[in-house]
Design a binder for this molecule. Structure first.
Ligand SMILES: Cc1cc2nc3c(=O)[nH]c(=O)nc-3n(C[C@H](O)[C@H](O)[C@H](O)COP(=O)(O)O)c2cc1C
Length: 161
């Protein structure tokens, strides 16, 4: 089984989730950061997993553009899609804004791996928004972003099944 994991990340949380997936998936797994590398030809892979992180309701354009451009090929693969996000309550909207409906329906696993605000490395505008998310979380009772490592394990188990 050859699996390709394509992902995009801004501050590394999604990259860490992708690395954890690689450790959990059976068979030969290749990781590709779409922010740094081009996607290889999909022909050599049995399974493809595509994911990214949500900023202002949308996944990175490299992820959504890739999915739209390769929709037909991805529908021929064993497929998984995942998002890293701080507001799991908005997951359905975030998924709808990120992946074509056909891919979500076809996917063997759809994951939401939680999120992490890595403020130390953020550009100023993102740091401002991250601070607002943390403060708003405290006030409104909605929790600030937090990692969900169990969701990564559950996703890997569903892909391996
Ligand atoms: C400026 C900014 C905007 C964000 N917007 C959203 C959002 O609209 N919805 C959401 O669920 N999470 C949002 N998040 C949370 C990120 O998706 C989360 O921190 C994620 O783990 C980032 O992963 P990365 O480090 O791989 O980019 C936002 C975070 C920042 C810093």
């Amino acid at each position: 089984m050859k699996t390709l994991v394509l992902y995009a990340t801004q501050y590394g949380y999604t990259a860490d989730c992708a690395a954890r997936l690689k450790a959990e998936l059976v068979g030969d797994v290749t990781l590709v950061d779409l922010g740094k590398q081009s996607a290889p030809e999909l022909g050599g892979y049995d399974a493809v997993i595509v994911g990214g992180s949500i900023y202002m309701g949308r996944v990175q354009a490299k992820v959504s553009v890739f999915c739209a451009a390769h929709e037909g090929e991805l529908l021929q693969k064993t497929l998984g899609v995942f998002l890293c996000c701080g507001v799991p309550q908005s997951l359905e909207e975030s998924l709808a804004a990120s992946f074509p409906e056909s891919l979500k329906k076809h996917a063997k696993a759809v994951g939401c791996f939680g999120g992490e605000l890595r403020t130390a490395r953020m550009k100023p505008m993102h740091k401002l928004i991250a601070n607002m998310m943390q403060k708003a979380g405290g006030k409104s009772g909605i929790e600030p972003p937090k990692p969900n490592p169990q969701a990564v394990l559950d996703f890997a188990a569903a892909m391996n099944a």
